[in-house]
Design a binder for this molecule. Structure first.
Ligand code: ATP
Length: 351
């Protein structure tokens, strides 16, 4: 599916609000593609445009080469799973799953066999005859998914489908959704504001802010090589270090910090002047004070234990504390330590 320079404005001409300000993306067939961003960035609007519940102000949406952006929803080979499931409470599980196929006037035998297949896919075969108002949230979620998949759409849209579930069930359904996507081979476009969920589930992620896509990439690309400060900040914890480029070449920038030290960082493109460097806490090595491999040194101001590790806050004289993550702290508040910031893990960000 190609989304080509799509904009969407709401409101009267003198008070127009652009929910999408020119979005372009190619979503590959059969991939698990996630739209990730904070509340109000335009994720739902983009999904509604793909579904056909809204029409774009400009731009095109193409599927298999055909422009579908102006077709009514039922003419698009696209289906949606809503956050609130939108099941029919007075119908059984099987009737809910078969409903869309009945509307399409499919033969009875075909409906029965598709419903049976969908029930098996979402592991609900033994509850086929139960009314959906007698199901748990997780079970309702499975029925909603089966119902949306039954007409075999080319693309399935999922708008924060797991947000109503408690954490444990949510984790379980993340794995289930991924399995079901893999088994059916259908393209999933999934909306979430939860960065961990996006990293866990997606083949690729589009990070959105204020109606724009800032970066599209695999979870590891987005996490390890964020293209913009917003992306770096939104996806997990990160340290930002301001400095001035002294030299740049061969993908390497030498950056002088205002306090004096020189750091080497990898730079995807030529940079100059004032820049921001970024590094994840778990990439920073803790060294003994005075260790020759440490580029920075400072005093520990805080230790924050969070179960699987400890965040070590260090005042290295650069303004904000630098946070390093370790599983073997062996240090105390007030200790002096060295900080190793490996070249490969230190990125120069475009603003
Ligand atoms: P959330 O996670 O809170 O649902 P979102 O990223 O999905 O947020 P959208 O719901 O797409 O964001 O909204 C994007 C922007 O467009 C917001 O500023 C919102 O107020 C505005 N907007 C969305 N729908 C309409 C509408 N029907 N009329 C006017 N403005 C709208």
């Amino acid at each position: 599916m190609e989304i080509v320079d799509v904009t969407k404005a709401f409101g009267p001409a003198d008070r127009r609000v652009f929910a999408l300000g020119g979005v372009t993306a190619t979503i590959r067939r059969g991939e698990f593609f996630t739209l990730l961003g904070p509340s109000g960035c335009g994720k739902t609007t983009l999904l509604r445009l793909i579904a056909g519940f809204e029409l774009p102000t400009s731009g095109e949406i193409r599927l298999d080469g055909q422009e579908i952006g102006h077709l009514p929803p039922f003419r698009r080979p696209v289906n949606t799973v809503f956050q609130n499931y939108a099941l029919f409470p007075h119908m059984t599980v099987a009737e809910n799953i078969g409903f869309g196929l009945e509307m399409l006037d499919k033969p009875r035998a075909e409906i029965a066999s598709t419903v049976a297949r969908m029930l098996a896919l979402v592991k609900m075969s033994d509850l086929a005859g139960r009314r959906t108002d007698q199901l748990s949230g997780g079970q309702q979620q499975r029925v909603a998914l089966a119902r949306a998949l039954a007409p075999q759409p080319k693309v399935l849209l999922l708008d924060e489908p797991l947000s109503a579930l408690d954490l444990k069930l949510r984790k379980e359904m993340q794995v289930e959704l991924k399995r079901i996507q893999h088994e059916t081979g259908i393209t999933f476009i999934f909306v979430t504001h939860d960065q961990e969920e996006a990293l866990t589930m997606s083949d690729r992620i589009a990070v959105m802010e204020k109606g724009h896509i800032l970066q599209i990439g695999s979870p590891t690309e987005i996490y390890n090589a964020p293209a913009a400060r917003f992306v770096a900040d939104f996806i997990g914890d990160i340290n930002f270090i301001e400095g001035e480029v002294v030299s740049c070449g061969d993908g390497r920038a030498e950056v002088r910090l205002p306090s004096g030290p020189l750091l080497s960082a990898h730079a995807g493109q030529p940079v100059s002047g004032r820049v921001t460097l970024a590094i994840r806490p778990e990439k920073i090595g803790l060294r003994a004070a005075g260790d020759g491999t440490a580029q920075l040194s400072g005093r520990i101001t805080n230790l924050v234990y969070f179960g699987s590790g400890t965040n070590v806050h260090v005042d290295a004289g650069i303004g904000a504390d630098i946070v390093a993550r370790t599983t073997t702290p062996g240090v105390a508040i007030g200790d002096r330590v060295g900080l190793d910031l490996p070249f490969a893990d230190l990125s120069v960000l475009a603003e």
